[in-house]
Design a protein around this ligand. Structure first.
Ligand code: NDP
Ligand code: OXD
Length: 303
Protein backbone atom coordinates (compact mmCIF):
# COMPACT_ATOMS: atom_id res chain seq x y z
CA UNK A 1 0.00 0.00 0.00
CA UNK A 2 1.31 3.46 -0.88
CA UNK A 3 -0.10 6.96 -0.79
CA UNK A 4 0.64 9.12 -3.80
CA UNK A 5 0.99 12.71 -2.60
CA UNK A 6 0.07 15.48 -5.02
CA UNK A 7 0.17 18.74 -3.09
CA UNK A 8 2.58 21.51 -2.10
CA UNK A 9 6.28 20.89 -1.38
CA UNK A 10 5.88 22.56 2.02
CA UNK A 11 3.14 20.10 2.95
CA UNK A 12 5.12 17.18 1.46
CA UNK A 13 7.99 17.49 3.94
CA UNK A 14 5.61 17.13 6.90
CA UNK A 15 3.72 14.23 5.32
CA UNK A 16 6.87 12.31 4.40
CA UNK A 17 8.15 12.61 7.99
CA UNK A 18 4.81 11.42 9.42
CA UNK A 19 4.50 8.48 6.99
CA UNK A 20 8.11 7.40 7.48
CA UNK A 21 7.73 7.55 11.26
CA UNK A 22 4.63 5.34 10.96
CA UNK A 23 6.37 2.89 8.60
CA UNK A 24 3.91 3.63 5.78
CA UNK A 25 4.88 4.24 2.16
CA UNK A 26 4.41 7.67 0.58
CA UNK A 27 5.37 8.73 -2.96
CA UNK A 28 5.69 12.46 -3.66
CA UNK A 29 4.74 13.44 -7.20
CA UNK A 30 3.67 11.28 -10.16
CA UNK A 31 7.17 11.40 -11.61
CA UNK A 32 8.42 9.45 -8.57
CA UNK A 33 6.03 6.52 -9.19
CA UNK A 34 8.06 3.53 -10.38
CA UNK A 35 5.22 0.96 -10.28
CA UNK A 36 1.71 2.46 -10.62
CA UNK A 37 0.33 -0.75 -9.10
CA UNK A 38 1.80 0.32 -5.71
CA UNK A 39 -0.54 3.29 -5.44
CA UNK A 40 -3.60 2.56 -3.30
CA UNK A 41 -4.31 6.06 -1.92
CA UNK A 42 -4.12 9.49 -3.50
CA UNK A 43 -3.93 12.84 -1.69
CA UNK A 44 -4.83 15.81 -3.88
CA UNK A 45 -7.09 18.85 -4.29
CA UNK A 46 -8.23 17.48 -7.66
CA UNK A 47 -7.00 14.19 -9.13
CA UNK A 48 -5.11 13.79 -12.43
CA UNK A 49 -7.34 12.86 -15.38
CA UNK A 50 -5.86 9.41 -16.03
CA UNK A 51 -6.70 7.67 -12.75
CA UNK A 52 -6.89 4.38 -14.66
CA UNK A 53 -3.09 4.55 -14.67
CA UNK A 54 -3.28 3.30 -11.06
CA UNK A 55 -5.00 -0.12 -11.17
CA UNK A 56 -5.02 -0.56 -7.36
CA UNK A 57 -6.12 2.93 -6.38
CA UNK A 58 -8.89 2.58 -3.77
CA UNK A 59 -9.19 5.91 -1.97
CA UNK A 60 -8.87 9.55 -2.99
CA UNK A 61 -8.31 11.92 -0.05
CA UNK A 62 -9.20 15.59 -0.53
CA UNK A 63 -6.63 18.02 0.82
CA UNK A 64 -9.54 20.27 1.90
CA UNK A 65 -12.54 19.79 4.16
CA UNK A 66 -14.84 20.52 1.22
CA UNK A 67 -14.98 18.10 -1.73
CA UNK A 68 -17.01 20.18 -4.21
CA UNK A 69 -13.89 20.61 -6.38
CA UNK A 70 -13.65 16.82 -6.92
CA UNK A 71 -14.89 15.32 -10.21
CA UNK A 72 -16.94 12.10 -10.23
CA UNK A 73 -14.59 9.22 -9.39
CA UNK A 74 -14.57 5.83 -11.12
CA UNK A 75 -17.15 3.41 -9.69
CA UNK A 76 -16.03 1.70 -6.50
CA UNK A 77 -13.38 4.30 -5.63
CA UNK A 78 -13.83 5.89 -2.19
CA UNK A 79 -13.61 9.62 -1.52
CA UNK A 80 -12.48 10.97 1.85
CA UNK A 81 -12.35 14.60 2.97
CA UNK A 82 -9.69 16.16 5.18
CA UNK A 83 -10.66 15.72 8.82
CA UNK A 84 -8.98 17.93 11.37
CA UNK A 85 -10.57 19.21 14.59
CA UNK A 86 -8.21 22.20 14.24
CA UNK A 87 -9.90 23.27 10.98
CA UNK A 88 -13.30 22.94 12.60
CA UNK A 89 -12.26 25.04 15.60
CA UNK A 90 -10.78 27.74 13.37
CA UNK A 91 -13.94 28.04 11.28
CA UNK A 92 -15.97 28.09 14.51
CA UNK A 93 -13.77 30.94 15.78
CA UNK A 94 -14.26 32.93 12.56
CA UNK A 95 -18.03 32.39 12.70
CA UNK A 96 -18.17 33.49 16.34
CA UNK A 97 -16.10 36.59 15.50
CA UNK A 98 -18.38 37.42 12.54
CA UNK A 99 -21.55 36.87 14.57
CA UNK A 100 -20.30 39.16 17.34
CA UNK A 101 -19.20 41.78 14.82
CA UNK A 102 -22.60 41.83 13.17
CA UNK A 103 -24.53 41.60 16.45
CA UNK A 104 -22.56 44.61 17.79
CA UNK A 105 -22.88 46.53 14.46
CA UNK A 106 -19.13 46.66 13.75
CA UNK A 107 -19.62 47.44 10.03
CA UNK A 108 -21.32 50.70 11.07
CA UNK A 109 -18.49 51.56 13.50
CA UNK A 110 -15.83 50.80 10.88
CA UNK A 111 -17.60 53.17 8.49
CA UNK A 112 -17.91 55.83 11.20
CA UNK A 113 -14.24 55.40 12.12
CA UNK A 114 -13.29 56.32 8.56
CA UNK A 115 -15.09 59.63 9.10
CA UNK A 116 -13.87 60.20 12.68
CA UNK A 117 -17.48 59.93 13.85
CA UNK A 118 -18.21 59.22 17.57
CA UNK A 119 -21.75 57.90 17.33
CA UNK A 120 -23.10 55.04 19.49
CA UNK A 121 -25.36 52.55 17.77
CA UNK A 122 -28.13 50.65 19.54
CA UNK A 123 -26.79 47.82 21.73
CA UNK A 124 -28.60 44.57 22.50
CA UNK A 125 -27.93 41.49 24.61
CA UNK A 126 -26.84 38.28 22.87
CA UNK A 127 -29.91 36.61 24.40
CA UNK A 128 -32.08 38.86 22.21
CA UNK A 129 -30.44 37.73 18.96
CA UNK A 130 -31.77 34.65 17.16
CA UNK A 131 -28.98 32.93 15.28
CA UNK A 132 -29.83 30.37 12.57
CA UNK A 133 -27.14 28.00 11.32
CA UNK A 134 -27.58 26.33 7.92
CA UNK A 135 -25.59 23.09 8.04
CA UNK A 136 -25.41 21.31 11.38
CA UNK A 137 -22.45 19.08 10.61
CA UNK A 138 -19.09 19.04 12.37
CA UNK A 139 -18.54 22.79 12.09
CA UNK A 140 -22.15 23.96 12.41
CA UNK A 141 -22.62 21.94 15.59
CA UNK A 142 -19.43 23.33 17.14
CA UNK A 143 -20.45 26.90 16.25
CA UNK A 144 -23.96 26.33 17.63
CA UNK A 145 -22.61 25.04 20.94
CA UNK A 146 -20.21 27.98 21.37
CA UNK A 147 -22.72 30.67 20.37
CA UNK A 148 -25.35 29.01 22.58
CA UNK A 149 -22.97 29.06 25.53
CA UNK A 150 -22.48 32.80 24.90
CA UNK A 151 -26.21 33.35 25.27
CA UNK A 152 -27.36 33.61 21.64
CA UNK A 153 -30.67 31.91 20.82
CA UNK A 154 -29.33 29.36 18.37
CA UNK A 155 -31.20 27.04 16.03
CA UNK A 156 -30.01 24.92 13.14
CA UNK A 157 -31.19 23.61 9.79
CA UNK A 158 -29.97 20.44 8.09
CA UNK A 159 -31.01 17.90 5.51
CA UNK A 160 -31.93 15.29 8.10
CA UNK A 161 -32.97 17.64 10.92
CA UNK A 162 -30.85 15.32 13.11
CA UNK A 163 -31.08 16.29 16.79
CA UNK A 164 -28.20 18.17 18.40
CA UNK A 165 -28.09 18.56 22.20
CA UNK A 166 -29.61 21.87 23.38
CA UNK A 167 -30.14 23.20 19.82
CA UNK A 168 -33.48 23.04 18.01
CA UNK A 169 -32.74 21.71 14.51
CA UNK A 170 -35.17 22.17 11.63
CA UNK A 171 -35.39 19.74 8.72
CA UNK A 172 -35.64 20.46 4.98
CA UNK A 173 -39.40 21.05 4.94
CA UNK A 174 -39.14 23.61 7.78
CA UNK A 175 -36.75 25.95 5.98
CA UNK A 176 -39.20 28.87 5.90
CA UNK A 177 -39.94 28.62 9.62
CA UNK A 178 -36.20 28.43 10.34
CA UNK A 179 -35.45 31.47 8.17
CA UNK A 180 -38.29 33.51 9.67
CA UNK A 181 -36.60 33.41 13.07
CA UNK A 182 -32.97 33.91 12.00
CA UNK A 183 -31.88 37.48 12.83
CA UNK A 184 -28.33 36.41 12.05
CA UNK A 185 -28.12 33.70 9.39
CA UNK A 186 -24.93 31.63 9.24
CA UNK A 187 -24.20 29.40 6.25
CA UNK A 188 -21.96 26.39 6.88
CA UNK A 189 -23.31 24.12 4.17
CA UNK A 190 -21.20 22.00 1.82
CA UNK A 191 -21.53 22.94 -1.86
CA UNK A 192 -23.73 20.39 -3.64
CA UNK A 193 -26.28 20.50 -6.47
CA UNK A 194 -28.94 21.28 -3.81
CA UNK A 195 -27.05 24.08 -2.07
CA UNK A 196 -25.60 25.88 -5.11
CA UNK A 197 -27.16 29.36 -5.19
CA UNK A 198 -29.22 28.70 -2.05
CA UNK A 199 -28.47 32.18 -0.62
CA UNK A 200 -30.65 34.01 -3.12
CA UNK A 201 -33.43 36.63 -3.33
CA UNK A 202 -36.17 34.14 -2.37
CA UNK A 203 -34.28 33.11 0.74
CA UNK A 204 -33.37 36.67 1.79
CA UNK A 205 -37.06 37.65 1.50
CA UNK A 206 -37.93 35.04 4.15
CA UNK A 207 -35.58 36.43 6.83
CA UNK A 208 -36.76 38.85 9.53
CA UNK A 209 -36.32 42.48 8.43
CA UNK A 210 -32.76 43.84 8.67
CA UNK A 211 -31.21 40.43 9.22
CA UNK A 212 -27.46 39.82 8.98
CA UNK A 213 -25.62 37.20 6.93
CA UNK A 214 -22.49 35.26 7.91
CA UNK A 215 -21.15 33.04 5.12
CA UNK A 216 -18.28 30.57 5.47
CA UNK A 217 -19.57 27.66 3.34
CA UNK A 218 -18.72 28.04 -0.34
CA UNK A 219 -18.91 31.11 -2.59
CA UNK A 220 -21.11 29.45 -5.21
CA UNK A 221 -23.91 29.16 -2.65
CA UNK A 222 -24.31 32.96 -2.66
CA UNK A 223 -25.97 35.16 -5.28
CA UNK A 224 -23.96 38.32 -4.60
CA UNK A 225 -26.28 40.56 -6.64
CA UNK A 226 -29.31 39.27 -4.69
CA UNK A 227 -27.41 40.02 -1.48
CA UNK A 228 -26.73 43.57 -2.69
CA UNK A 229 -30.42 44.05 -3.56
CA UNK A 230 -31.39 42.73 -0.12
CA UNK A 231 -28.97 45.19 1.52
CA UNK A 232 -30.45 48.02 -0.56
CA UNK A 233 -34.03 47.08 0.31
CA UNK A 234 -33.27 46.73 4.02
CA UNK A 235 -34.05 43.00 4.05
CA UNK A 236 -30.40 42.58 5.04
CA UNK A 237 -28.51 44.97 7.32
CA UNK A 238 -24.95 43.67 7.09
CA UNK A 239 -23.01 40.69 5.77
CA UNK A 240 -19.69 39.11 6.60
CA UNK A 241 -18.25 36.74 4.02
CA UNK A 242 -15.23 34.44 4.13
CA UNK A 243 -16.22 32.89 0.81
CA UNK A 244 -17.37 34.87 -2.22
CA UNK A 245 -18.73 34.41 -5.71
CA UNK A 246 -16.42 34.63 -7.63
CA UNK A 247 -13.33 33.72 -5.68
CA UNK A 248 -10.93 35.44 -5.48
CA UNK A 249 -13.09 38.55 -5.43
CA UNK A 250 -11.76 41.00 -8.07
CA UNK A 251 -10.20 44.20 -6.64
CA UNK A 252 -12.90 46.37 -8.22
CA UNK A 253 -15.83 44.27 -6.98
CA UNK A 254 -18.53 46.36 -5.26
CA UNK A 255 -18.50 44.15 -2.14
CA UNK A 256 -14.97 45.30 -1.21
CA UNK A 257 -16.15 48.90 -1.22
CA UNK A 258 -19.59 48.55 0.37
CA UNK A 259 -19.42 49.47 4.09
CA UNK A 260 -22.30 47.08 4.82
CA UNK A 261 -20.17 44.10 3.79
CA UNK A 262 -16.96 42.74 5.32
CA UNK A 263 -14.97 40.25 3.26
CA UNK A 264 -12.09 38.02 4.34
CA UNK A 265 -10.22 36.02 1.66
CA UNK A 266 -11.27 32.45 2.50
CA UNK A 267 -9.08 32.28 5.59
CA UNK A 268 -11.53 31.03 8.21
CA UNK A 269 -9.34 27.94 8.48
CA UNK A 270 -5.93 26.93 7.25
CA UNK A 271 -4.87 23.32 7.04
CA UNK A 272 -2.50 21.94 9.63
CA UNK A 273 -0.18 19.72 7.58
CA UNK A 274 0.68 17.39 10.47
CA UNK A 275 -2.98 16.84 11.38
CA UNK A 276 -3.75 16.15 7.72
CA UNK A 277 -0.99 13.53 7.55
CA UNK A 278 -2.20 11.81 10.74
CA UNK A 279 -5.72 11.65 9.33
CA UNK A 280 -4.44 10.15 6.07
CA UNK A 281 -2.50 7.54 8.07
CA UNK A 282 -5.76 6.63 9.83
CA UNK A 283 -7.42 6.25 6.42
CA UNK A 284 -4.62 3.98 5.18
CA UNK A 285 -4.86 1.81 8.31
CA UNK A 286 -8.67 1.69 8.12
CA UNK A 287 -8.43 0.57 4.47
CA UNK A 288 -6.07 -2.21 5.45
CA UNK A 289 -8.34 -3.27 8.33
CA UNK A 290 -11.42 -2.97 6.09
CA UNK A 291 -13.00 -0.69 8.72
CA UNK A 292 -15.07 2.48 8.08
CA UNK A 293 -12.92 5.24 6.57
CA UNK A 294 -12.75 8.36 8.77
CA UNK A 295 -14.11 11.32 6.76
CA UNK A 296 -15.69 9.11 4.08
CA UNK A 297 -17.85 11.14 1.69
CA UNK A 298 -21.19 9.84 0.48
CA UNK A 299 -20.58 10.51 -3.21
CA UNK A 300 -24.29 10.34 -4.01
CA UNK A 301 -25.09 13.13 -1.53
CA UNK A 302 -21.95 15.08 -2.43
CA UNK A 303 -20.69 15.59 1.14
P1 NDP B 1 -20.42 18.23 7.39
O1 NDP B 1 -20.43 17.32 6.22
O2 NDP B 1 -19.98 17.71 8.72
O3 NDP B 1 -21.89 18.84 7.59
C1 NDP B 1 -22.66 19.29 6.53
C2 NDP B 1 -24.01 19.74 7.08
O4 NDP B 1 -24.76 20.32 6.01
C3 NDP B 1 -24.84 18.58 7.63
O5 NDP B 1 -25.57 19.01 8.76
C4 NDP B 1 -25.82 18.29 6.49
O6 NDP B 1 -27.05 17.73 6.88
C5 NDP B 1 -26.04 19.69 5.95
N1 NDP B 1 -26.52 19.66 4.56
C6 NDP B 1 -25.91 19.15 3.47
N2 NDP B 1 -26.68 19.32 2.38
C7 NDP B 1 -27.81 19.95 2.79
C8 NDP B 1 -28.98 20.40 2.14
N3 NDP B 1 -29.17 20.22 0.83
N4 NDP B 1 -29.91 21.02 2.88
C9 NDP B 1 -29.78 21.17 4.22
N5 NDP B 1 -28.66 20.77 4.90
C10 NDP B 1 -27.69 20.17 4.20
O7 NDP B 1 -19.55 19.49 6.96
P2 NDP B 1 -18.63 20.44 7.87
O8 NDP B 1 -19.45 20.99 8.96
O9 NDP B 1 -17.36 19.78 8.21
O10 NDP B 1 -18.25 21.58 6.79
C11 NDP B 1 -19.25 22.32 6.13
C12 NDP B 1 -18.64 23.12 5.00
O11 NDP B 1 -17.87 24.20 5.50
C13 NDP B 1 -17.64 22.38 4.09
O12 NDP B 1 -18.28 21.54 3.16
C14 NDP B 1 -16.93 23.53 3.42
O13 NDP B 1 -17.63 23.93 2.26
C15 NDP B 1 -17.01 24.65 4.45
N6 NDP B 1 -15.69 24.95 4.99
C16 NDP B 1 -15.24 26.24 4.87
C17 NDP B 1 -14.00 26.58 5.35
C18 NDP B 1 -13.51 27.98 5.24
O14 NDP B 1 -12.31 28.21 5.43
N7 NDP B 1 -14.36 28.95 4.96
C19 NDP B 1 -13.11 25.58 5.97
C20 NDP B 1 -13.69 24.28 6.08
C21 NDP B 1 -14.94 23.98 5.59
P3 NDP B 1 -27.14 16.29 7.63
O15 NDP B 1 -26.64 16.55 9.03
O16 NDP B 1 -28.57 15.95 7.60
O17 NDP B 1 -26.26 15.35 6.85
C1 OXD C 1 -11.57 23.63 3.09
C2 OXD C 1 -11.51 25.10 3.10
O1 OXD C 1 -12.49 23.05 2.50
O2 OXD C 1 -10.48 25.65 3.56
O3 OXD C 1 -10.68 22.99 3.70
O4 OXD C 1 -12.47 25.76 2.69
Amino acid sequence: MALLFLSSAERAAVWVAAFEAAGEKIIVGEEAVTDPADVTHLLCWTPPKDLQRYPNLQVVISSGAGVDQMPALPAGMELVRALDPGIEEMVRDWVVMATLMLHRTMPAYLEQAGQGQWKPQAVSHARNARVGIMGMGRIGTLAAQTLGAMGFKVSGWSRSGRAVADVPVYGLQDLDRFLGQSDILICLLPLTAETRGILNATLFAKLPEAAALVHAGRGAQLDMQAMRDALDSGALRHAMLDVTNPEPLPADHWAWHDPRVIVTPHIAAVTDHHAGALHALEVVRATRAKSPLPGRVDQNRGY
